[in-house]
Design a binder for this molecule. Structure first.
Ligand code: SF4
Ligand code: SF4
Length: 259
């Protein structure tokens, strides 16, 4: 079974599906959207990030590092000694049971407001067996499971998670295939095909459209998206772009820029 690294677990989220939710972020994505607000989720590998603006030049990290610039082995020693959180390693190994234990901590909140767990990323659907395993444990605890996906995976992957999923938060970024390929690196044929197949299941599907200037926010592409969705009778959210990913992108690229 292909297992993901986890780069974040956010408790008390109100933006990742209905109610109050715990969102679990899997590392690794097969699209390459330039506007991604979770750039630390793109690579499936662990990464050391450096937040320059938090560094007070105390030198503690250099003293403990046995390797030196460009030779990092991700031991985490510098992260441990950094008092200002200027250093961070993204990507932690967790078992399905460990994740479910974390998710269970807020069950009382989910029960009170129709919330639950949301698996996100990166692209959590790149790990369908692991995702099915952790979702199965959550479902056995009566926790609602949502999957946040861009949908660019074989439908067989959806079939593996369907028995343990209540809600799909499904990204539709644009309709024009060449535009999709130009910005994300992949055609959207499979994404739309999977979307239409999911609509035929008994699962709740919530479409999420990121609204990005210079990509899909012009009247022509927005019209195409609305036309495409008009006969689908599906809940749809249009999400305004924010540039929260920029500082994280600079932080994870910091050491690359030195080598
Ligand atoms: S330990 Fe943290 S604050 Fe000190 S020099 Fe290193 S990164 Fe900067
Ligand atoms: S994580 Fe990398 S940079 Fe930090 S102490 Fe370990 S080897 Fe050095």
């Amino acid at each position: 079974m292909k297992t993901p690294l986890i780069f974040n677990i956010v408790r008390g989220s109100v933006v990742d599906g209905p109610g109050i939710r715990t969102t679990v972020f899997f590392k690794g994505c097969n699209l390459d959207c330039p506007w991604c607000h979770n750039p630390e989720g793109k690579s499936p590998l662990p990464q050391l990030a450096f937040f320059k603006d938090k560094c007070v030049n105390c030198g503690a990290c250099s003293k403990v590092c046995a390797k030196g610039t460009g030779k990092c082995v991700l031991c985490g020693a510098c992260v441990e000694v950094c008092k200002t959180n200027a250093r961070k390693i993204y990507g932690k190994s967790m078992t399905a049971e460990e994740i479910a234990r974390e998710v269970k901590k807020d069950k009382i909140f989910y029960d009170n407001c129709g919330g639950g767990v949301t698996f996100s990323g990166g692209e959590c659907m790149l790990y369908p067996e692991f995702l099915a395993a952790v979702s199965k444990i959550c479902k056995s605890e009566n926790i609602s499971v949502a999957i946040d996906t861009a949908g660019c995976v074989p439908y067989e992957s959806f079939e593996k998670v369907l028995p343990f999923t209540d809600i799909f938060l499904y990204d539709i970024k644009c309709i024009t295939p060449s535009l999709h390929k130009k910005f994300t690196g992949k055609d959207n044929g499979l994404i739309l095909e999977n979307f239409e197949r999911l609509l035929k299941t008994d699962k709740r599907v919530i479409v999420r459209v990121p609204v990005i200037d210079g990509f899909n926010s012009d009247a022509e592409e927005m019209e195409k998206i609305k036309d495409y969705l008009s006969d689908k009778h599906v809940e749809t959210e249009y999400l305004k772009y924010h540039d929260m990913g920029e500082s994280k992108k600079a932080a994870i690229n910091f050491f690359d820029s030195l080598s």
